[in-house]
Write a protein that binds this ligand. Structure first.
Ligand SMILES: [Fe+2]
Ligand SMILES: [Fe+2]
Length: 136
């Protein structure tokens, strides 16, 4: 569970700004993995969670702006998944705050699973539309 996420070529969505934001989120999740490993540093973990949520907000706003610009269909599902990520991350981080290892693992498991399934799933859907709209 503490194995860091690794950037894969298949994560690329073809828009530089979005790829950089995705890479940034990956780095923050990995930083959180480290702060939750062995000697648990509650202060550091809580700062890293705030940073992650802050960057997630920025990323989602950027991505959603492009979705609107490129007129991507079924946008609602995508936006709902972004909102769900913020809510679930907040909920699980509150649970993990007590330092309980099972709760920490639950948070890390969720973040890792969400990261690859969202980027390799719903994010891929917009690629042709953004390309068509000349967004790169
Ligand atoms: Fe997304
Ligand atoms: Fe994304």
């Amino acid at each position: 569970m503490y194995t860091p996420l690794e950037w894969q070529d298949e994560y690329t969505v073809g828009v530089k700004e979005l790829d950089e934001q995705h890479q940034n989120m990956l780095r923050i999740i990995n930083r959180l993995l480290l702060s939750m490993h062995d000697q648990y540093d509650a202060q550091k973990a809580s700062e890293t969670i705030s940073t992650l949520i802050h960057h997630a907000y920025i990323h989602f706003a950027t991505e959603e702006r492009y979705l609107v610009q490129a007129n991507v269909p079924d946008m609602k599902m995508h936006v709902l998944d972004h909102i769900d990520f913020i809510m679930k991350t907040l909920e699980l981080s509150l649970k993990a705050k007590d330092g309980n290892q099972d709760n920490r693992l639950e948070l890390l498991r969720y973040l890792k699973r969400w990261y690859s399934s969202h980027i390799l799933g719903i994010d891929r859907h917009y690629i042709p539309y953004l390309k068509e709209a000349g967004i790169q």
